[in-house]
Design a protein around this ligand. Structure first.
Ligand SMILES: *Cc1c(COP(=O)(O)O)cnc(C)c1O
Length: 390
C-alpha cells in the first residue's frame, strides 16, 4: 500500500510568490551590464515615495540595516534609551544595542500582542530618546496614542513596520504618516525583494544623511570631489532586488485581498471546528479581528498550554506530521542568553513571557488554497482535543 499517494502536499507556514514577469525582469537586469544600485533602485525608491504620499524613501540591503540607519539618522547612540517590545524578531533590539544605545522593554497587550502603550510612560527616564514599536503580524498600534506620547515626552519614533507593508491606520497607509518608518522586504514579508528594506523619512536632509550612512559616510564634497565625514557602512540595495520590488508592488493589491480572504476563513473555520469538536471551554486565543488596518502578514494563535498536557513544540511536531508547517514569532527577546547576560529579566514583562511561550504562526500566504484552511483547522483542533487535560 502506497502512503505517498494519499499524503496531502506539505503546506509551509509561508512561501514567497514571484511571477514570470518578475523573473524575466531580473534576467533583463542581469544582462544589462548594470546589476548593483542604479536606475532600477531609483525607480523603486520613486515608486515607494509615491506609494507613501510623496514622503522621501530610501532603500537598504535588509530591514535590519534600515532600522539601524533610522536610529543613526535620529542621532541615537551611547547613553540613550529606546523603548521597545520584547515580542519581536530580535533584530529590533539588536539594532538598538548596535548603535550603543539601551533597549528598555515594555510589556505587551495580550489582545494586539503589540507594545502596551499605556505602560510606556512609566518606562520613560531622562535618558529616553525614542520609542520603537513593532507591528506584529502587520497590526499597527494605536497611532494617535503613540504620537501623543511622543509629543508629550519629546521622543523620536522609529516604527518597526517590517511586517506592516500595506497596513493602515484610519484609512492612511502605515508609512504615509508618522516619524521614521522602517520596512523589511525579506523573503517572508508581504512585499519581498528577496532581501531588502526601506525607510520613510521626514525631509530631504534626513534622506541625504541616510544615503551617507548607507555608503561609507561618503559625501560628494571636499578637495577630490569626495570626502568621508561620518562612519557609514555598505548597506545599499541592488538593482536586481529593486526590480523584484517594482513587480511585487504591482501585485500587492492582489496579494492583500487574498491574505484578507484567507484570514477571514480562518476565523470562521477554526470557530466552527472548535465548536463541533466540543472544545468551547479551551482558551485558544485568535488574533484581533481587524480587517481595516492589518495587512494579515501572519495568522497567529496562542495555545491554551495550561489546559493541555503537551508543550508547543509537540503541537508543532504533530502538525508537521500531518503536512502542516508552523512557526514561532517570537519567543520573548529578554529570555535570550545575550539579553540575560546584559541583565534583562523575563519576569518584568509577564504577558510577553506567556505569549512568547505559547504563540503559534499558522500558514498564511497568497498561494494557499481555500481547502488548506479547513485541513489546518481540523488538524489543530484534533491535536488540541487529543491532548486536553482531563
Ligand atoms: C523581518 C523583520 C525585521 C528585520 O528585517 P530583515 O530584512 O530580516 O533584516 C525586523 N523586525 C521585524 C519585526 C521583522 O519581522
Amino acid at each position: 500500500m502506497s502512503t505517498t499517494e494519499n499524503t496531502p502536499p506539505f503546506i509551509p507556514f509561508t512561501r514567497p510568490h514571484f511571477n514570470q514577469e518578475t523573473i524575466d525582469a531580473v534576467a533583463e537586469v542581469l544582462r544589462s551590464g548594470w546589476v548593483t544600485s542604479g536606475p532600477k533602485l531609483a525607480e523603486f525608491e520613486a515608486s515607494l515615495s509615491e506609494y507613501f504620499g510623496g514622503r522621501p524613501v530610501r532603500c537598504f540591503a535588509n530591514g535590519t540595516a534600515t532600522m539601524k540607519i533610522a536610529l543613526q539618522v535620529a542621532g541615537i547612540g551611547p547613553g540613550d534609551e529606546v523603548i521597545t517590545t520584547p515580542i519581536s524578531w530580535v533584530a529590533t533590539s539588536n539594532v538598538i544595542l548596535s548603535v550603543g544605545a539601551t533597549p528598555v522593554f515594555v510589556d505587551i497587550d495580550p489582545h494586539t500582542r503589540n507594545i502596551d502603550l499605556s505602560k510606556v510612560a512609566a518606562a520613560i527616564s531622562p535618558k529616553t530618546r525614542a520609542i520603537m514599536p513593532v507591528y506584529l503580524a502587520g497590526l499597527p498600534v494605536d497611532m494617535d496614542q503613540l504620537y501623543s506620547l511622543a509629543k508629550q515626552y519629546q521622543l523620536r519614533v522609529i516604527e518597526d513596520a517590517a511586517q506592516a507593508f500595506g497596513s493602515q491606520w484610519k484609512g492612511q497607509k502605515i508609512g504615509s504618516i508618522g516619524d521614521l518608518v522602517s520596512f523589511s522586504f525579506q523573503a517572508n514579508k508581504n512585499l519581498s525583494t528577496v532581501e531588502g528594506g526601506c525607510l520613510v523619512l521626514n525631509n530631504v536632509d534626513e534622506a541625504k544623511l541616510a544615503e551617507k550612512f548607507r555608503l561609507q559616510g561618503l559625501t560628494r564634497q571636499g578637495m577630490d570631489g569626495m570626502d568621508v565625514d561620518i562612519l557609514g557602512g555598505k548597506d545599499n540595495l541592488t538593482d536586481v532586488n529593486a526590480v523584484i520590488g517594482l513587480h511585487q508592488l504591482k501585485q500587492l493589491p492582489a496579494f492583500q485581498s487574498r491574505r484578507t480572504a484567507l484570514a477571514r476563513q480562518y476565523f470562521d473555520v477554526i470557530r466552527a471546528e472548535m465548536k463541533s469538536a466540543g472544545l468551547d471551554d479551551l482558551h485558544l486565543e485568535l488574533p484581533l479581528e481587524n480587517f481595516t488596518d492589518s495587512n494579515w502578514h501572519m495568522f497567529q494563535v496562542v495555545l491554551p498550554l495550561e489546559q493541555l498536557n503537551v508543550d508547543r513544540a509537540q503541537v508543532m511536531t504533530e502538525l508537521k506530521d500531518l503536512g502542516i508547517g508552523t512557526g514561532v514569532h517570537y519567543p520573548a527577546i529578554t529570555g535570550f542568553t545575550l539579553y540575560q547576560k546584559l541583565g534583562y529579566r523575563t519576569d518584568s514583562t509577564p504577558i510577553a513571557q506567556r505569549i512568547g511561550r505559547s504563540i503559534l504562526t499558522l500558514p498564511l500566504f497568497p498561494g494557499m488554497a481555500d481547502e488548506d484552511i479547513g485541513r489546518i483547522a481540523s488538524a489543530l483542533t484534533g491535536i488540541l482535543k487529543k491532548h486536553r487535560k482531563s
